[in-house]
Design a protein around this ligand. Sequence first.
Ligand code: NAD
Length: 484
Amino acid sequence: MTTKTPITVAYGDGIGPEIMAATLRILEAAGAAIEPEIIEIGEKVYLEGVSAGIRPEAWESLRRTKVFLKAPITTPQGGGFKSLNVTTRKSLGLYANVRPCQAYHPFVETKHPKMDLVIIRENEEDLYAGIEHRQTDQVYQCLKLISRPGCEKIIRYAFEYARAYGRRKVTCLSKDNIMKMTDGLFHRVFDEISAEYPDIEKEHWIIDIGSALLADVPERFGVIVTLNLYGDIISDIAAQIAGSVGMGGSSNIGDQCAMFEAIHGSAPDIAGQGIANPSGLINAAIMMLVHIGQPDVAATVHNAWLSTIESGIHTGDIYKEGVSKLRVGTREFAGAVIERLGQTPNFFKPVTYLGSPREVHPTATLARPRQKKELVGVDIFLDYSSGNAGQLGDAISALSLSPLKLKMISNRGVKVYPDGIPETFCTDHWRCRFVGEQGPGTPITHEMILHLMRLLHEQGFDTIKTENLYSFDGQLGYTLGQGE
Ligand code: NAD
C-alpha cells in the first residue's frame, strides 16, 4: 500500500468550504495518496482576537506536514488584522511565488488565445521588507533590500522549474538600468546561473518594456522570473489578460514548506449558493500533487479538468451562450471532472508531468569567498530647510573637514552641489557625500566619521541618517549621484 502524504488543509471562508470539498472529492476519486489534517484559519479566528488569523496548533500542523492546501479567507474590515498570507510566507520562508497564467480559448474568453506562461516571483525581499521611515517634514523612505542568496535561490528555482515542467525559455525582468546595485545584482546572478542551464533559452528585459510585451504578446514568454514588487504587479495583469483569474492556482514554495491556493478571494457575494467555480483550487491542488511527488495523479486530474472545460461543462462565472453546453454548480462540476478521470482532452494538449523541481540551495554563495570590504566614505543625510544647495554646500565646505572632504550634495539623488543648476527642485532632504581627501576609494576610518558627525552636530545641522560607503575588492559598493 502507498504511504499517504499528510497535508494541512484549511476550508477558509466564503466559497472556501464549497470549493475545498469539491477539490478534495476529486483528489480522493483520482487516488491521490494524501492524508488531510484540517485546520481552522481566517475570519472566525481573527474575530476571536487572534490578530494573525491562525492559532498555534494550526502552526504545529503546518510545521509537521510542511504542505498547505488553503482555501481563500476573508480578511475582516478594519485595522489590527495581519495578512495571513504575508505571515505564512514570511514565517515558513516561502521564497518563490509561482503563478501559471494560461488561456483556455475558445472555452474561456481571453484576449490572448495562445498565452501559456508561468510567473515566478521572489517573495521575501525587495520593498516588501516593510522598512519605512519618515525622515523630514517632506520626505519618506522605503528600503529596498536584495540579497545575493535571495537572488540565487529564486533564479535557480526558475531554471529548475523550467526543466521540471518542460519549459524552454526563462525571461528575467528587472530595472537594472536605474537600480544598478539591487536590480543589477538580480540581473547579474541571472546571467551567472543561466550559464549552468545551456538547454534553456534565456533573455532579460527591462521591466517596463517587458511588461508591455507581456500585455501585448504574452505567447512569447515561457517562465518569467522577477523581483517581488514587479512580480506582484505583473502576475495579476497576466492572470487578468489570460482570462483565468477565477481559474488560476498558485503555489508558494520554500526550502521546507509549501502552500497552494487559488488566486481569487473568498467571494462572499456568492458564498453558500453552490455556484462557485472550484477550478482555481483544483489547479492549485494539481501543483501540490506534483510537489509531493505524485505527478501521475496530478496529470490525471489535470487532463480530466481540461476535458471537462472543453466539454462545455461550465460554472456560471465562465458560462457563455453558444460556447458552453451545460451550466453547473460547484458539486456538479466536481462530479463532471471525476467522471472524466482517466480521459485525455481532445482540443487541449494532454498534460504530463515529469516531477517537481529539484531542491534549490544557494550553493554558489556558500562557496564564494567573502570579498575584502573597506570603508571609503560616508553619506550623511541632513534635514535642512533654511537655505538653498549653494548655501548648504558652502557652509559645510567652510568647516575643517580634513582628513575628509565634501564630495557632493544631492537632493533626491540629483547632484546639486557643487555646480548645481537653479532649475532643480529641492526638498528638505539632503545627502552630503564625504570621502577621503585623496579622493574616492581611499580608505577612511569610523573615527573620522564620528568626528565629522560631531562637527556637523555642533554647527547645528540635523543629521537624519548616515550610510557608510564601502568598496569590495576595490570596487565601489555604491552608486554615484546623478551628475556626480
Ligand atoms: P474575490 O476574488 O473574492 O471576488 C471577486 C469577484 O470574483 C466576485 O464577484 C466573486 O463572486 C468572483 N469570484 C471569485 N472567485 C470566484 C469563483 N471561484 N467562482 C465564481 N466567481 C468567483 O475578491 P474580493 O471580492 O476583492 O475579496 C473578497 C474577500 O476575499 C476579501 O475579504 C479579501 O480580503 C479576500 N481575499 C482572500 C485571498 C486569499 O485568501 N488568498 C485572496 C484575495 C482576496
